[in-house]
Design a protein around this ligand. Sequence first.
Ligand SMILES: CC(C)(COP(=O)([O-])OP(=O)([O-])OC[C@H]1O[C@@H](n2cnc3c(N)ncnc32)[C@H](O)[C@@H]1OP(=O)([O-])[O-])[C@@H](O)C(=O)NCCC(=O)NCCSC(=O)C[C@@](C)(O)CC(=O)[O-]
Length: 608
Amino acid sequence: MTTTVSSRSAASVRIVEVGPRDGLQNVKFPIPTPTKLELVDRLHKTGLTSIEITSVVSPKAIPQLADCRQVLGNERIKSLMSDSTLRLPVLIPNVKGLDIAIASGVREVAVFVSATEGFSKANINATVDEGVARARLVAQKARATTLSVRGYVSCIFADPYDGPTPQAAVLKVVRELLDMGCYEVSLGDTVGVGTARDVASLFEYLRASGVPLSKLAGHFHDTYGQAVSNVWQAYQCGVRVFDSSVGGLGGCPFAPGAKGNVATEDVVYLFQQAGVQTGVDLMKLVETGTWISKELNKANESRAGSALAIKNGLMQRTKVIHSPEKFHLQWTLLSQTEGLKIYRSGVNIKLLLDRPMNGNALTTSMISDLTQFFEQARDDKTISRIIIFGEGKFFCTGMDLAKGSSPVAQSKSDSDAQYERLTRLFELIDNAPQVTIACINGPAFGGGVGLAFTCDIRIAVKAATMTLSEAKLGLCPATISKYVIREWGVAFAREAMLTTRPISMLELKSLGLVSSLVEDVNELSSALDSYLVKLKAAGPTASTMCKELVRLAWTNAGGVQQATGIKNLFDEMMSSEGEAAIGLKAFQSGQKTLDWDDVRQQKFRAKL
Ligand SMILES: CC(C)(COP(=O)([O-])OP(=O)([O-])OC[C@H]1O[C@@H](n2cnc3c(N)ncnc32)[C@H](O)[C@@H]1OP(=O)([O-])[O-])[C@@H](O)C(=O)NCCC(=O)NCCSC(=O)C[C@@](C)(O)CC(=O)[O-]
């Protein structure tokens, strides 16, 4: 029998926000710790009183939460943890994690088990019984130290490997968790396949088997779009606690295809409209969902959140693009030397660093081949753009440090020669008349960061990082500093050099240092091709002039050289010989955009 809403006098629910843990652990690229801290703080300010802040897990298992100690050690988090009106559970897989949590002042932990064998094996490499035994050890020790313990059950309706879950399997682990002292057990539809009928059937079965519904919470994922309806059905059954994630963050690495949690905004909207109290300020929550989606460069998965954000001017309506513009250019291999392949597509040249076994570290011969290319390209009007791309896992790991070939700690003349080589290459790239683009397929170190930042534009995979690692090796980013400091700014560059920390693409993007981010290297190739097609709209000589304007402003802002340079460029652009003659003719004849690649190719057809 289900309990109806009308039969309950206290119309209120408790929402457990799991975005900072369940949500963020599934994001594929590194998230800066300050973003995580700000998320918790913003969520707290919405009125949410239960927020799962992190998980003390091995960084190898879940790299995304490797900074859990920093999060727990943060002063603001500590002050929230000391507030007895809040529940801030931390997910704990084992006793080692529990000890760290206890030492950090955590007052509530969560343990988890799977109802099914396949998922248990994939998630924690243990059988269900072994998982229960591990959870029991954690729960017992936590209870002995007066910590509250919350329990999670995964795969209540189906397992990604084993198929549908028998209800008796759920009952068994729920009883185990209650028996080990969990004050509440959250039932997770990890794969997000359940529907309202499944929810009603399972909760009725558990109630009839003697499990008090007041001890249960609903945790629904939205893979099949059923999560809000499942929340409502569980509420109708008498459940009063629901897990959800702001902006619908989440997924599950071991449940292929699983979408994020039900969005907190959608749950709050649902209950608000039904006159059920949540204690949450919906508009503050919408602001938080909009903010974190932007920070993570992802779509806001909350339907109510997006609608309210658009209505209140927090977010632009997204255009529905039925057939996204994707272009695949034909690239022809022009030459191949040791560590470098050169491709051409029309007026575009792609330089592929091709020493993947050594992280594309720059050998003397690679530097020399790149230098030769840029020297020849300087006067080659058939080339409008030059792209640097990396093959394999890394973009470029900088100067070659390998035994026997590295010029470090050799003679003074070796050192001078290396200085000349690096300086010359970076200057040539920096002064190239063409538009230069670094396509960052993976992490870059030292001189690799230099390569990326002598280029005009960067597009990257989200998981890539930039590390000025030189100081770790007793070196310093000497020749590249000219470009890195110019592009990054003094304070940020200094901090990056001194800490030698990997800087995430998200951080660089937030500083405007990377133009766009994509999920993986396949997307990077097509993003590059689409980007190159868009760049056809800018005249090649006009682009060179734009680069020169920026250079003048950087080297001589407000000075005579800048003023003279601007005047010269002005004369050049106004001349009847210039590109403007073609551009204006097209404009005046009603042509909205000109294909400048085509113009260039026609002019130099014989040479191409
Ligand atoms: C990149 C990770 C984290 C990969 O970490 P990993 O665990 O070695 O990764 P992996 O298992 O994927 O292996 C990558 C392979 O690439 C090699 N490798 C990798 N980098 C280089 C390199 N530079 N030179 C020569 N070989 C390199 C590395 O040794 C390894 O070879 P294996 O051991 O399999 O034979 C690690 O190998 C590492 O820390 N490498 C050093 C990166 C670094 O610190 N680069 C800065 C170089 S100094 C510099 O660029 C100076 C400069 C130019 O800035 C000065 C100036 O500005 O004037």
